[in-house]
Design a protein around this ligand. Sequence first.
Ligand code: PNS
Length: 162
Amino acid sequence: MKIAIYPGSFDPITNGHIDIINRASDLFDKLIIAVASNNSKQSLFSKQQRVEILEESLSNNNIEIDSFDGLLVDYATNKNVFTIIRGLRTLSDFDYEFRMAIMNRNLNQSIETIFLMTDEKYSHISSSSIKEIYLLGGDIDTFVPKAVLSKLNQVNNEKNNK
Ligand code: PNS
């Protein structure tokens, strides 16, 4: 059985991530989508909320949604899965992704990273820009699945009711 892990912060998941998930789930028997903390980024949603959004947004029948702390290579080793999927939007993504792939391979020689390119219609979408647009009052409806918007409303309502 060919299994791959698609790790990411998914804070929040975007339509570009969904495009990569659909492509990868067509290529592999099973795809594990693994929500991680990215220590260099401030998060909008908790890890649990991000997992819930993924569960509501995805209906592929060969995916598993999970989360992890610590190193990706350790998570992958524990799962006995050595193929990592990462998405590329533009050439500027490549530098960061290349360094991460090589570092992960240095940490564990068995790890192989496979890059998939998003449809160019998503190449301008990033979770960071979605967060900024949302926090500054802009409209993000066309960039993210509906579950992101409902979770944002839920989080805001909970805040206002406190
Ligand atoms: O969606 P992102 O923020 O680009 O995903 C980055 C992520 C979460 C895949 C990366 O930061 C990661 O693998 N974090 C887990 C900790 C780790 O293994 N760090 C070393 C990476 S070389």
